[in-house]
Design a protein around this ligand. Structure first.
Ligand code: ZN
Ligand code: ZN
Length: 202
């Protein structure tokens, strides 16, 4: 067996162990703090102890792509975590971390989040491919979260690709946040029709 293949296999078996520890902590209803620390350990090990954004190994932390305060059901999903070094982490929070206004309807402040999520899920899927790790095993997003994304963004045809297993969950997440919400296209289309009406027949 080649050295690189052996290294990959040992990484994979370690990841299954760390994932097992996280799942057991969830099943046994250990403290949220403990569960989060296992989630963070998993994410950082999976990403090779490196910042997925810049490659630095200094003060690497696990960041929630979709923040807990906005969507608590994503707090322990491995596909919702990405390793970032302190400067990159700080920058993401400074640029995007206006506290979400929970009194507004979901999606009202979505613009910046959408751009950020699409960027981070994109980094993660590229890193998964680079590392050769099975995406749905180690970058998982639960059904609830996938459905939440579709509720906000539309594009159910992408959901079908996930259901039939031809698109991984983080790829789906990257795709769905990279395009405008479906409602935008239908509003846009009807707006075009409305604006064009006076010119028809000229
Ligand atoms: Zn960094
Ligand atoms: Zn963070």
């Amino acid at each position: 067996m080649e050295t690189s293949e052996r290294a990959l296999n040992s990484t994979i078996s370690e990841l299954y162990k760390l994932q097992g520890a996280l799942n057991r902590a969830i099943e046994r209803e250990r403290s949220k703090k403990w569960q989060l620390s296992l989630w963070s350990k998993f994410v950082r090990f999976r990403d090779g102890g490196c910042c997925v954004n810049c490659g630095s190994t200094q003060r690497v932390q696990a960041h929630h792509i979709v923040r807990k305060v906005l969507y608590p059901h994503g707090a322990l999903e491995t596909g919702n975590g990405i390793s970032l070094c302190w400067p990159c982490h700080k920058q993401i929070h400074a640029e995007f971390n206006r506290r979400p206004n929970l009194s507004l309807p979901l999606g009202a402040e979505q613009g910046d989040d959408q751009e950020e999520w699409s960027y981070l899920f994109g980094l993660l899927k590229d890193d998964a491919q680079k590392r050769g790790l099975p995406e749905d095993d180690f970058y998982y997003l639960n059904d609830q979260m996938i459905i939440f994304f579709v509720r906000v963004q539309g594009h159910e045809q992408l959901l079908e690709l996930v259901v039939e297993g031809s698109m991984s969950r983080i790829r789906f997440a990257h795709e769905v946040w990279s395009i405008m919400p479906e409602s935008f296209y239908s509003n846009f289309a009807s707006e075009l029709v409305r604006l064009n009406l006076p010119t028809i027949g000229r």
